[in-house]
Design a protein around this ligand. Sequence first.
Ligand code: PHE
Length: 345
Amino acid sequence: MMLDKIDELLKEISNLTAKNAEDIERLRLKYLSKKGEITGLMAEFRNVAVDQKKTVGMKLNELKQLATYKLEELRNTISTGQTKCEAFDLTRTPYPIKLGTRHPLTIVRNQIIDIFQRMGFALAEGPEIDDDLHVFTKLNFAPDHPARDMQDTFFIETHSDDVTKNVILRSHTSNDQSRIMERRQPPIRVICPGRVYRNEAISARAHCFFHQLEGLYIDKKVSFTDLKQVLLTFARELFGSETQIRLRPSYFPFTEPSAEMDISCHICGGEGCGFCKHTGWVEILGCGMVDPNVLEACGIDSNIYSGYAFGLGIERITNLKYHVADLRLFSENDVRFLQEFESAY
Ligand code: PHE
């Protein structure tokens, strides 16, 4: 008797249809609510004879599962008929959207650009792939001069008959100097940030690419004093007003005289510590007065004009400012490292 009723319901339920949510609710009330038919059968189950309990119990469970499944299926079919917008739960809390951070090299590059722009320098950029003429020759590197070995260069194309035609990955941003001077007459006051490449074994202290920022100022009566004052102002803006600078004579083919600039160690204030190797000074850039040969090679009259140039490594300055011990961290894309700079601007 009970089994017949169950079979009848199984058939009935498998053929159920619904047009809308109200239909489904009506069916739910009919079969599964407290007063529903299936719930009623469940209540009667205790009166079933013991020898039939197993069969009837199994059938009853099957019926309940079918009803639950069928109603769910009907709900899904009518919900696909809903508009897209209704299908979204707009009350749900959204996943937090995590903003990224600026790369430390970008942060420091922007700080440096900002300082020089306030001193009247315009921003310029040059090519990373360039010819020997602009990277070396016009900058007073004679074709067979050993000064070319100062920068281990990546060659893309070589021309043994004429090395000035060699195509290379620029080993410094100074190619921007020659390209700008070639295009324009003074006054020229620019800074050129960019990526440079050198054929170095990758280690904590060297990489095959890094970033530089070149500065160039050409006008009438530009003197070494101007260079020194601009660099002092730069160092104090970047590392603090107590910073001292020191210029040591050096050699670059494109500047004469040339110098390397140190700043007083901002960790120990110049007293000497492990960071500055107990000298009180740390080197930050190369600079000098543009060699008259360079001006002439780029079409500028060296009897009328003079100028200075400087070049600095952005990784080096970033290491000094943020104490990054290993250069490789800059290009590994490890978010744990990058997130350290979340609060820097
Ligand atoms: N181009 C030089 C280098 O990469 C740096 C420099 C630039 C020095 C300008 C003097 C003047 O080593």
